[in-house]
Design a protein around this ligand. Structure first.
Ligand code: F6P
Length: 298
């Protein structure tokens, strides 16, 4: 089954189908550029005489250009931009982290694109639970996309013909000992986070941490267990991960797979977006592990 066949089977409206297909088109372009460009030469010119630009800027340009052309999109914003790009048409608001983990590109580790889709004319006062769909692509040995239109989570694979084909649709996160402890430096000053990470170590959890939120969360979805954490601390009380661009879309994916996502006190999807670049502490994974984080970090 390909992407279009799934979206029709699931009863998505024409506008949403078109927006999701545009985003997947952008992901295909970003994937191709990542695999074929010598990013060591950023700032110079490639063999066609085009100036090489940083991958995250390129990924943002691809998405903004494709979405501007789509008459169903009303507004686009991203982690790369200062404000919103308002178009004179459409009903879907799209936000993205065009290249999450961009500092991992030069060392050839997996990176990804994160996207949230709302029905709105701007992002003010929305909550993550208002999303109509969210997705994240992973550019690793293969290019894959996890997608939810609030009917569970599906994984698509970009195949050799350049088509996105359904790979898996039975994602379910439950108990299990795997941890991805982000911002571990916070454990030096926060006794509660130190105790929490010690709990995972003493109980012999398997460490699976890549430095990229996308592959770390993808692993939780695929293995069906685990926890990803990124707390705040003195220097950054609200952490550094963005609510709109990173945490809310991934929270929706995890929740749609039977997991949970919290800022330590309340569900990520209940948090109101007051500022486009607002950050939040985040704990996401199985319900059991997210509960444990809330208990330890109360
Ligand atoms: O900016 C986002 C990000 O790259 C995430 O993908 C990742 O989990 C996190 O930052 C890593 O943060 P740090 O560099 O503080 O370890």
């Amino acid at each position: 089954m390909n992407l279009n066949e799934y979206l029709r089977e699931a009863g998505a409206d024409e506008g949403l189908i078109s927006v999701i297909e545009s985003v997947f088109e952008g992901i295909k372009k970003i994937s191709h550029r990542l695999r074929t460009t010598d990013i060591g030469k950023v700032g110079s010119h490639n063999s066609f005489g085009e100036e090489q630009i940083a991958m995250d800027v390129y990924a943002d340009q691809v998405l903004s250009e494709i979405l501007r052309e789509n008459e169903n999109v009303s507004v686009y914003t991203s982690e790369e931009s200062a404000g919103e790009l308002n178009f004179d048409h459409g009903e879907y608001a799209v936000c993205s982290d065009p290249l999450d983990g961009s500092s991992l590109v030069d060392v050839n580790l997996a990176v990804g694109t994160i996207v949230g889709i709302y029905k709105a004319q701007n992002f003010a006062n929305l909550k993550g639970k208002d999303q109509h769909a969210s997705l994240m692509s992973t550019y690793g040995p293969q290019t894959t996309v996890f997608l939810t239109i609030k009917k569970g989570v599906l994984e698509f694979l970009l195949n050799e013909k350049g088509e996105f084909v359904l790979r898996r649709r039975d994602f379910q996160i439950g108990p299990g000992k795997m941890f991805a402890p982000g911002n571990l430096r916070a454990a030096a000053s926060r006794e509660d986070y130190f105790k929490l990470t010690n709990y995972w170590i003493e109980n012999q959890y398997t460490l699976r941490y890549s430095g990229g939120m996308v592959p770390d969360v993808g692993q939780i979805l695929i293995k069906g267990k685990g926890i990803f954490s990124y707390p705040g601390y003195d220097e950054m009380p609200e952490g550094k991960l963005r609510l709109l661009f990173e945490c809310a879309p991934l929270a929706l994916l995890v929740q749609e797979a039977g997991g949970a996502a919290s800022d330590g006190k309340m569900p990520i999807l209940e948090k109101e977006i007051k500022d486009l670049h607002q950050t939040t502490p985040v704990y996401l994974g199985s319900k059991e592990e997210v509960d444990r984080c809330e208990q330890y970090l109360s």
